[in-house]
Design a protein around this ligand. Structure first.
Ligand code: SF4
Length: 245
């Protein structure tokens, strides 16, 4: 079984190591620093493959392997075998790199160790730079810790994106429900009033019919509605119906 280090060994060659990871996720336009750094990264294909294997299509977020969410969406179907898939991605990305200008391929200068130390003395080390420090540390435990931290950060970002999407959906659903209630109320106001149906007038008095049924020995429940057969018999007994009282 591969160890966490062997699975993520390519990360030690990531051109973005040590950079501010926010560059890859906020609302930076295409062509922003992240795209340039990815453009000269030697492990774009591995990075992109890992991203495609992990991310949920409906929750794509940020730049990976130099591709935006839309560009990742448009990628062709890849072979199942990871090595084959990475080879295909490498070929695809090679084409993209050739289209870039030399300046875009070069990208900005990476932060030097001296600058790192200076930053560490004056402020908290940015997460990206801390991870780079971990990646390059001679102690293998520290390297593993950095690899695990990257995975945890990736999971955290996905959860953050999912929470944001959920909040947006919940807010929109509440607004739609409110609007629907308003429309229903207006619909009720505008709809013509339905004429109330009048209950047909009774031609009998319940105690009278029960008393008649008792006298005649006709079975009739003591409570509730009087059955139609009893009413029919009672009506038939009335003088106007030709019956005998
Ligand atoms: S492809 Fe880009 S995001 Fe991926 S490791 Fe390289 S520089 Fe970082």
């Amino acid at each position: 079984m591969p160890t966490i280090t062997s699975m993520t060994a390519w990360r030690s060659r990531a051109a973005c190591a040590g950079q501010d990871t926010e560059l890859w996720f906020p609302d930076y336009p295409i062509g922003a620093p992240a795209m340039k750094i990815c453009g000269r990264c030697s492990v774009r294909a591995e990075c992109l493959y890992e991203c495609l294997a992990d991310e949920v299509p409906s929750r794509r977020y940020g730049i990976r392997g130099g591709l935006t969410t839309g560009e990742r969406q448009a990628l062709p179907e890849l072979p199942e075998r990871p090595a084959d898939a990475i080879a295909v991605l490498r070929e695809l990305l090679h084409t993209t790199t050739e289209d870039q200008t030399p300046a875009e391929r070069t990208g900005p200068t990476m932060t030097t160790d001296t600058e790192l130390v200076a930053q560490a003395k004056t402020a908290d080390l940015p997460v990206g730079q801390l991870l780079k420090w971990g990646d390059e540390h001679p102690d293998k435990d520290v390297q593993d810790q950095a690899a695990r931290a990257r995975i945890a950060l990736h999971g955290l970002r996905q959860r953050h994106a999912a929470d944001q999407e959920l909040t947006a959906i919940t807010t929109e659903a509440a607004q739609l429900e409110k609007r629907l209630a308003e429309l229903r109320a207006r619909e009720a106001e505008l709809a013509p009033a339905k004429p109330k149906r009048k209950a047909p007038a009774r031609d009998y008095d319940t105690p009278t019919v029960r008393a008649w049924a008792d006298e005649q020995g006709v079975e009739c429940p003591r409570v509730g509605q009087i059955p139609k057969r009893v009413l029919d018999a009672w009506r038939a007994s009335l003088p106007q119906a030709g019956g005998v009282q």
